[in-house]
Design a protein around this ligand. Structure first.
Ligand code: ZN
Length: 494
């Protein structure tokens, strides 16, 4: 009898414990499965993304952290039972969850710090900053009132910018070790022409920042609106920034870490470090995998961390992927199913990395599956390629509406309009693409916002451009000051 009563008194406690466990599971799963985040959550994630590695890591691979235990990464990823558990629990525990949401909202409010609000304001997210300040528990304190005045004053000084005047610059994966990239083999000339080194990228960022450029998202350029006839149309986005600031989009092509780049001084993957931040790995001469700032992603993350006013509302850059060798350095394409012993695990890891990148302000683009000339190939091959990309890449990186043409080759001649009788355009539109990027280094900016798509030319800041046409980039940088001393000169002509 006594025992039974004891059992009964324990029962509610067990239920609470079980509910808590399930809620933790749901929160973990929903984080894993959520494809897109709101701008606000990107901003918050950005403000929490304080990276620990210092600049010394960039030049000294020996000080970089060791590769984290992959099984530790997997432990966070949930399992295939997740979906059914999530569905049944959600239905049964709706009430509890509402209560839990209230608790977590209260917890969130108590965690707000003035520093985070200030950071939002530095990133020109004034409305979000003021909104958060309104929720701040000590919003009537002297400090909070002063901060509010500061934010309102900064906001009042902003002017509307013309998205058509946005500069768009692009890079490829950066050369981390120049002695390996420029080692005299047959790939040297290509690397010298089309690649940029980590040191050059550091110098470029510093100079762009000094010249008041601010990174914006491709999606800041235009937004969808309903016109008077009830049709969805694209209209220019509304971007408000201090008068001196200039709009900039940055993209990186072929973030695939191709097999041909192995042992040539490039990173080999984007991975998560032990704090869950995106960083790069590479294999050193001893065959050890080490982590560090070996490419654009961690370098720019750190730069924005230190200079939040270089990013408009948390924007970073666009990473463009082909599919034929997988994405982000993971051999995830179906071609590798037999060949790659870690095939399933690589898909899980690449998906996790992609989610972290999205959460911290990065956007993704298609660069075609096979890096093909999308205008020259037969229509049938064009469609096959788009299908392969959708099948192999979208499940990992999520849906995207940005197309970055391989080789910069547009699907039409020159700047001819995209029309709906163009089967290539309509096929890409069907696949969800609205933003199309070419290469045009001859002008400062070429952005066309049309009723159902945006077209933009991009400018390369690679060895060829820096060496041969410094005058074409002098609105951005002084090319001569940027060039890496380790780059073999002259850069060969194309
Ligand atoms: Zn490419």
């Amino acid at each position: 009898m006594h025992q039974k009563r004891k059992y009964h008194s324990l029962h509610p406690l067990l239920v609470i414990l079980a509910t808590l466990l399930i809620l933790i599971l749901i929160m973990g799963l929903s984080r894993l499965f959520s494809k897109s985040k709101t701008k606000k959550s990107i901003l918050i994630a950005n403000s929490e993304n304080v990276s620990e590695t210092n600049d010394a890591d960039l030049k000294n691979p020996l000080s970089a952290k060791e590769y984290p235990n992959p099984s530790a990464d997997l432990a966070e990823s949930g399992d295939s039972k997740g979906d059914s558990i999530q569905a049944s629990i959600l239905a049964a525990q709706e009430k509890d969850q509402a209560a839990q949401e209230k608790i977590s909202e209260a917890e969130e409010v108590s965690k707000i710090e003035l520093g985070d609000i200030e950071r939002l304001s530095q990133m020109y997210a004034y409305d979000e900053a003021l909104e958060l300040l309104e929720k701040y528990p000590e919003k009537d304190s002297e400090e909070a009132i002063a901060l509010k005045a500061e934010i309102e004053s900064a906001q009042s000084k902003c002017v509307q910018k013309n998205p058509a005047e946005t500069m768009h610059i692009f890079f490829h994966s950066l050369i981390y070790d120049t002695s390996k990239a420029f080692d005299g083999d047959h790939k040297v000339d290509g690397y010298n022409q089309f690649m940029t080194t980590c040191l050059e990228f550091d110098r470029i960022l510093e100079e762009l920042y000094q010249r008041d450029f601010v990174l914006i998202s491709m999606h800041d350029l235009a937004k969808w609106e309903t016109d008077e006839n009830g049709n969805q149309v694209m209209v220019p986005g509304e971007i408000y920034l201090p008068e001196n600031k200039k709009l900039l989009i940055l993209s990186v092509d072929d973030v695939n870490y191709y097999e041909y780049m192995e042992e040539d001084g490039f990173a080999n993957r984007i991975v998560l470090d032990q704090d869950g931040n995106a960083t790069c790995s590479m294999v050193n001469d001893q065959g050890m995998t080490i982590l560090g700032d070996y490419d654009v992603v961690p370098i720019l993350d750190k730069f924005v961390d230190q200079h939040p006013d270089f990013s408009y509302q948390g924007a970073k850059g666009i990473l463009a992927f082909t599919g034929y060798e997988g994405v982000l350095g993971y051999r995830t394409d179906e071609r590798y199913k037999e060949e790659n012993p870690n095939y399933e695990q690589d898909i899980i890891q690449a998906t996790e990395v992609a989610q972290v990148l999205r959460d911290t302000g990065w956007e993704f683009a298609s660069h075609s599956w096979g890096h093909i000339n999308l205008k020259a190939v037969a229509l049938e091959d064009f469609q096959k390629d788009a299908d392969l990309w959708e099948k192999n890449v979208v499940p990992i990186i999520g849906e995207t509406d940005i197309m970055i043409y391989p080789f910069g080759f547009d699907i039409v001649d020159g700047m001819a309009d995209y029309t709906h009788d163009n089967p290539r355009f309509t096929y890409l539109k069907q696949k969800g693409f609205d933003y199309f990027c070419t290469v045009d280094g001859s002008k400062h900016y070429t952005t066309h916002i049309n009723t159902d798509h945006v077209r933009q030319g991009r400018r390369n800041l690679d060895g060829y451009r820096l060496y041969h046409n410094p005058e074409l980039v002098d609105d951005l940088i002084v090319a001569e000051d940027v060039l890496d001393e380790a780059r073999p000169l002259p850069v060969p002509p194309l």
